[in-house]
Design a protein around this ligand. Structure first.
Ligand code: PHE
Length: 369
């Protein structure tokens, strides 16, 4: 109930103090319940209204009603109290006005449904590949996308003017002519530099996979992109053989594409592996026949085989760069491989245009959510 000023029988200082305390705590209670513009108006009227406000009542009931001999004392106290009330009412009004500019919340309204995000199909494929090797006991390593010439080329046995560099043309950062070549920065062309970075940090034996983004000077078309993704692998120990490489990769392909795929190897060249090979899997679209019904199978170009990755035994020249960390080519051997994630994702999802992955069209991406 709203506060009203009580009549006083006793005008002693103690009684006045008491009455004043009650009045002020009523003011505080009402101020706390004041919010909307309407409430602010009636709160103000209730306390400061000229005719019937609390201050007016105080004049009538306390000051005017006081016996002659108490008038002076009561008058002083009433004036003090009036000033205090005025100041508190104004402060409460300002505060309430600031708080109530935002409309109150209706918690009975239905919520706004948020669109769920989903893994991009390339990232999902990357995780799947990494998962297969994790199950074999491999660890995961990562490295920088902006790399030095040393890690991207030199320590991987690409001599400064070797033609193998031409197959991996890329962007160099500007204004680095003053630096020695090995320190010059470029966008890494493969995930292989992380082989070196990892061997510098960890002593053998190691088994790692390295997922990541790479760049090359390849104009975009249905099967090329200047930016793409790789998963690299490296195993180094005593007595690692080409048989280990074949067994490991054959298992991985069956885990990724189904138990019925077969694998095959053809000789190839990479400066950092010797011998080197390209690995093929039997086409899991046409089952290796090269045909789909009467039509030629497009993904394998009618060959029945799909090229999936590059691999080989780590070249002893590469171990020379990390020899001081326990990689003596006389004592350890290893295999490495690198596969293109984007191509594998295309095959898995049956796409005929790589660019769809990078255009960010939600209608396309939603199919994978
Ligand atoms: N880095 C090579 C490439 O991008 C692939 C590769 C990795 C080959 C490891 C052999 C060993 O083409």
């Amino acid at each position: 109930m709203a506060y009203t000023v009580p009549k006083l029988k006793d005008f002693s200082p103690a009684a006045l103090d008491n009455a004043a305390r009650e009045l002020l705590s009523a003011l505080e209670r009402e101020a706390a319940q004041t919010g909307s513009a309407d409430q602010r108006k009636s709160f103000r009227d209730h306390w400061l209204g000229r005719k019937d406000g609390i201050l007016a009542q105080m004049n009538q009931l306390w000051l005017k009603a006081a016996p002659k001999e108490a008038k002076r004392e009561v008058g002083q106290r009433v004036n003090q109290l009036k000033a205090e009330v005025e100041q508190k009412v104004e402060a409460a009004l300002t505060k309430a006005a600031n708080v109530t500019t935002t409309p109150s919340l209706d918690i009975s309204l239905p919520g706004i449904r948020r669109q769920l995000g989903a893994e991009h199909p390339i990232i999902r494929t990357m995780h799947e590949i990494v998962g297969v090797f994790k199950n074999l006991g491999y660890s995961v390593a990562e490295g920088p996308v902006v790399e030095t010439d040393y890690y991207n080329f030199e320590a991987l046995n690409f001599p400064p003017n070797h033609p193998a560099r031409d197959t991996q043309d890329t962007l160099f950062l500007a204004n680095q002519e003053a630096k020695p070549r090995r320190e010059q920065l470029l966008l890494r062309t493969h995930t292989s530099p992380v082989q070196i970075r990892t061997m510098e940090k960890l002593k053998p034996p190691i088994r790692i996979v390295i997922p990541g983004k790479v760049h090359r000077n390849d104009p975009p078309d249905a099967s090329h992109s200047p930016m793409f993704h790789q998963v690299e692998g490296l195993a180094v120990d005593t007595n690692i053989t080409f048989g280990d490489l074949k067994g490991t990769l054959d298992h991985a392909m069956k885990a990724l594409f189904g138990a019925s795929v077969r694998t095959g190897f053809r000789p190839s060249f990479f400066p950092f592996t010797e011998p080197s090979a390209e690995m093929f899997v039997s086409c899991f679209i046409c089952g290796g026949s090269g045909k789909r019904g009467p039509d030629p199978c497009r993904p394998c170009k009618q060959t029945g085989w799909i090229e999936i990755l590059g691999c080989g035994m780590v070249d002893p020249n590469v171990f020379e760069f990390v020899k001081q960390n326990g990689y003596d080519p006389e004592k350890v051997s290893g295999f490495a491989f690198g596969m293109g994630v984007d191509r594998i994702a295309m095959l898995k999802y049956g796409l005929d245009d790589l660019q769809l992955f990078f255009q960010g069209d939600v209608r396309f991406l939603q199919q994978f959510a």
